[in-house]
Structure formats: structure tokens, C-alpha cells
Design a protein around this ligand. Sequence first.
Ligand SMILES: [Zn+2]
Length: 187
Amino acid sequence: MDYTILVNKENLLPQDYEPEELVEIHEPMGCKLDKAYVNRLNKEAYTAFKEMQSAALKEGYEIFIDSSYRTYDYQEKIFNDIVRRKGMAHALKFVAPAGGSEHQTGLAIDIIFRRNGEMIEDQKEEDPEIQWLFANAYKYGYILRFPKGKESITGVGFEPWHFRYIGKALSEKLFASDLTLEEYYLS
Ligand SMILES: [Zn+2]
């Protein structure tokens, strides 16, 4: 498995691309858009997430995975739903087209958290859980994939909840140099 794989609107995955070593994950929430959806994630990425989750908990932050692996067809459904609800311009700006979401790699996670017993669904930059992740995710092989100020490079709006597993060697490098995965491939 190539943990550093680049997927975006210009680098689409084929419809039949299936990630290696997906494991079922058990988190308190299913995917926001479909509660019956079974979350799956690459095994190594999940092990790393569990370590990150334990470390966060020691600081008092209860983080969970909201959305992880999505199939090509599922991403297509999400895209079409947004087009119907908010129009094509909005969809193109905020939602990856089928094949263009790194959720299809089984290496991307959307984080949700629980505070005072309540699940928080509108994750914001200033949330302490999110701030902790910004500062620490790289130690577990994850990067904030769509940072603020890099929208024109990633082609995706700032998503403080979306993290991507790329392995520790590269996550440490990108964190230290403040580079996105796109910039790493360009350099
Ligand atoms: Zn995401």
C-alpha cells in the first residue's frame, strides 16, 4: 500500500480502485450522511488513529472517526446529492467528484468529537480538540490535508476535520516544512 498516494481532482482514482487491508472500525457515530454505513479504514491507518485517540484522551479530548473509507459509487452519490441541494458550483468547490476523494483510499478520516457527553458535529478551527490535532496529528502519521491558506494549492476549501494518513516519515517532514501533499509532489 502506498500511504503517500496523491488523490485530488486532477489525480482521480479509477472506479474499481480498492484499497488494501481495510478493517471494519467501530466508532460511536456512523457516517453523517448515512447512519447505516459501516466505517472501514486501512489497518495501519486505524492502528495509528487508535494511538492518536488515546493520546488525545489523556489531554481530555474525546475524538472519533465520523467518516472514513468511501467507495467510488458512494462518493458519486454524495456529489450528486450536493448538486441537487446546493447546485453544481457549490458541489465543485466543496465536494470531491467520484474518484477524486482520498476517502476512497481508505486513508482519510473526518474527525468528530464528544464534549461533556455530547457529540459535536459542527467542528470548527477554534475547537480545542481540533487545535490539539493540528499540533499533534503528524506524530501519528496524519496530516491536516486541506489547511487554511492553501486552498488554491489543494483545490479544496479549509476542512479542519479532515485528516489523512500518510505514514510518520512523511507526516513529520510535511509538518516541519508546512507543506501540503500537492506541494510535496511538486517539489
Ligand atoms: Zn473528509
